[in-house]
Ligand binder design. Structure first.
Ligand code: ADP
Ligand code: ZN
Ligand code: ZN
Length: 725
């Protein structure tokens, strides 16, 4: 047989397929080691065939890896090919999505440990009377059977294993250990009796013939329990499931629920794991030992066979779009997988993306509404506070009088509060009062944020740190002022106002490490703090029964982005954050502070009126021909070398202009411009922005751009990008 092998998966830049001879043990999808010049490289078999155009005697032989199964299933292999074609990337690059990084380089192996057991029944072994420890260890082995060698040494003193070995009492074996990434995650959730609404939703998903099911359920309506039931039912039928959550911060919480319910059947896949852990979790899924994959968007590529359901929780979340090539939409990939495997794709959200909801109303997706919270608990009342009025009254603090009153009441009743502000650091920027100079990052075209804890300036785009200047770098003036409030400042203001209140902060600066989020949330959940201050990462999915107050400090922040989705984002964010309040017996309250209280989006959000918001939003989008009535395509060209970047940009632009010429009718908009942020991490950025009424030209847009990247310049095509900076 002849095997077509991709060896360059680690760099993924080109599609070099090489032919090798192989024996019939090898199947498509298998990991192999391929002789390549003087070296041997790790590779994957993408196709088997009978004959080659090359003379057979010139072909070398590949060496199979000792895997139990071929790493790539036939379904994954075919999906990888579809993705490569759809997003115009080399197959090597799309294959990378399906393999944990450590498998591409072949550097990580199974972890093995040394185990010992008695060679013969204890009565057949003899011990000197003085060898009390040896006898005790032997008794232990007789009782407990096979034991890790290190464990025996720990129990009976170092050297015990060697002593017993020398006496010939032991059989020694090497065994594979599965690294468990979440040892500290405890099981918490016992299975629940479903409410009639939840039961009806489960039934609706199962009985409907459509692939895509949208569960539109208000926050606290018990969507998680519905997902878990769907997964459990799949498991009973021997089918596997994929459960996607938007952010890594949410994964440990969900995982602990899944662990409690499904034990070792649940495996986690995400970038926060160590290489070894990911390798083991991945193989547990591949071999079918675990049948439930949970993770952020990349878990959609889990190597599972016989899928029964793919669940996408918080389907509207921006993190479901990949920001590196191939820039896939998780929904699109999930839909492809679901279609080919006859499985259901279940989307869930309290605030579905406008695009998704439109398809559900039109009947393409099955719409399952859940309008009530569990046990008919009321939605928390949202009170709008006009911050212009506060300023007029002389209150320039970040807290309105209403919010302070509510906070005091909440603390007095020993309940918990969450304060939300989507800006980390202490203050947003440092400005010279004399000349107006704003401290900026050397590598990016953005202003720096002051972080008081470390007394430094940080760039939130590239992470660079700068010493806090003692004076203005432009004119030397000592009069520097801090503009804009960040989470650190909120915490220190709270400590001044309420010295006895315990405050926790959760943002990118406090959540390092793979369990960083989990630890903060756990501490708050165990009531180690009264107030949690945080950025949008506190908005999602968390369930804290004693939270009765939520403060949204600056609801306008996301309204002012020049993005067609800013209204939608604001609505989603407010609904999500507000949904953290009053989830148990106690009624919840939300204080929403804004400088534009008359804004439609805020008004709909306060009434929990998703349908009203949607009607309003969809008519605005239709009038302006924005998505879902069109598709926005951005071609972004970026690179460190300004000349080379501009050159590539010009070439790409001319190529795109030709496409534009040929499809002029389809284009609503076509123009080139500097990107809103002209430089990030020392890379210059230019863009061509397009809006298409029909997507026939899309493959040609990809093709036109494919040629001009390389040599340090990246040319990327983004469809309806989540972030237009
Ligand atoms: P959602 O994801 O829709 O916001 P959750 O799944 O977090 O809602 O559920 C909200 C709350 O209701 C949680 O505290 C959950 O434990 C509880 N809950 C869910 N289903 C049931 C049920 N069948 N019986 C009792 N409590 C439930
Ligand atoms: Zn100055
Ligand atoms: Zn920077």
């Amino acid at each position: 047989m002849i095997a077509e092998v991709i060896v360059d998966i680690a760099s993924g830049e080109t599609d070099k397929v090489f032919e090798y001879l192989c024996d019939d043990r090898i199947t498509a999808g298998a990991r192999v080691r391929a002789p390549f010049g003087p070296r041997t490289l790790p590779g994957f078999v993408v196709r088997l065939k009978e004959s080659s155009d090359y003379p057979v005697e010139k072909l070398k032989k590949v060496i199979p890896e000792e895997d139990e199964l071929p790493a790539l299933t036939p379904e994954c292999l075919s999906l990888a090919k579809k993705i490569a074609a759809r997003y115009r990337v080399p197959l090597a690059l799309s294959l990378r999505l399906f393999l944990p990084a450590e498998m591409r380089t072949g550097k990580v192996r199974e972890l093995t440990r040394r185990f010992v057991e008695l060679r013969a029944p204890l009565e057949n072994l003899s011990f000197r009377a003085s060898a009390k420890k040896q006898l005790a260890a032997a008794r232990y082995l007789e009782e407990n059977g096979k034991t890790e060698s290190a464990e025996l040494n720990r129990l009976f003193g170092g050297g015990i294993v060697r002593a017993l070995e020398e006496k010939g009492c032991l059989t020694v074996t090497q065994e594979q250990i599965k690294r468990d990434p979440y040892k500290s995650v405890e099981g918490i959730a016992p299975p629940r009796v479903l409410t009639p609404d939840q039961l009806a939703a489960v039934k609706a998903v199962k009985e409907d013939g459509r692939t895509v099911q949208l569960i539109h359920g208000v926050t606290g309506s018990g969507k998680t329990e519905i997902y878990l039931t769907l997964i459990a039912d799949c498991l009973k039928e021997g089918k596997s499931s994929i459960f996607l959550v938007p952010e890594i911060s949410l994964t440990p919480q969900m995982l602990s629920q899944l662990r409690a319910r499904f034990g070792k059947n649940a495996a986690i896949l995400h970038s926060g794991l160590s290489a070894g852990e990911r390798f083991d979790e991945w193989w547990r899924l591949r071999t079918g030992e675990a049948k439930i994959a949970i993770g952020a968007r990349s878990a959609v590529f889990a190597p599972l066979e016989n899928l029964g359901v793919i669940i996408v929780d918080e389907e509207h979340d921006g993190s479901y779009f990949s920001e590196t090539a191939p820039r896939y939409s998780t929904f699109e990939v999930a839909r492809l997988r679901a279609k080919s495997g006859g499985c259901k794709l279940v989307l869930g959200s309290a605030t579905p993306a406008v695009e998704t909801y439109k398809k559900a109303l039109e009947g393409e997706f099955h719409l399952i509404p859940l309008k009530k919270r569990i046990n008919k608990r009321p939605m928390p009342e949202i009170e709008i506070v006009d911050m212009r009025r506060e300023a007029k009254r002389g209150n320039h603090s970040p807290f309105s009088a209403t919010l302070k009153e509510e906070l005091e009441a909440c603390l007095a009743q020993e309940k918990q509060a969450i304060l939300f502000l989507n800006r980390r650091g202490y203050s947003q920027s440092v400005i010279c009062k004399d000349c107006g100079y704003v401290a900026k990052c050397d590598a990016c075209d953005v202003s720096l944020t002051y972080h008081r804890e470390e007394d430094c300036l940080k760039c939130h785009y590239c992470g660079a740190k700068y010493e806090m200047p003692t004076g203005c770098l432009e004119c030397g003036s000592k009069k520097l002022s801090y503009a804009g409030t960040g989470t650190q400042k909120i915490v220190s203001e709270l400590q001044k106002l309420y010295p006895s209140a315990r405050v926790l902060r959760m943002d990118n600066d406090t959540t390092s490490g793979k369990e960083g989020h989990y630890k903060i949330l756990k501490r708050f959940g165990e009531r180690e703090a009264d107030i949690l201050v945080g950025t949008q990462m506190i908005a999602k999915g968390h369930d804290f029964p004693s939270v009765t107050l939520v403060g949204i400090l600056d609801a306008d922040m996301s309204l002012h982005f020049s993005d067609y989705r800013s209204g939608e984002r604001t609505f989603q964010l407010i609904t999500q954050v507000a949904g953290r309040s009053g989830r148990a017996e106690e009624k919840g309250k939300v204080v929403l502070q804004t400088y534009s209280p008359e804004n439609d989006v805020l008004r709909f959000a306060c009434r929990y009126d998703y349908e009203g918001f949607y009607e309003n939003e969809i008519s605005l989008r239709a009038a302006a021909a924005f998505p879902p009535f069109s598709k926005i395509v951005r071609v972004l060209v970026s690179g460190e070398d300004k000349k080379a970047t501009l050159e590539a940009f010009k070439n790409a632009y001319f190529a795109l202009e030709e496409v534009y010429g040929r499809y002029r009718e389809d284009f609503l908009f076509f123009d080139k411009m500097a990107a809103p942020i002209k430089r990030i991490e020392n890379k210059y950025r230019y863009q061509v922005l397009m809006r298409l009424a029909k997507t026939d030209a899309l493959p040609e847009i990809y093709a036109a751009c494919a040629e001009y990247g390389g040599k340090g310049v990246l040319v990327s095509v983004e469809e309806n990008p989540a972030n237009l900076s």
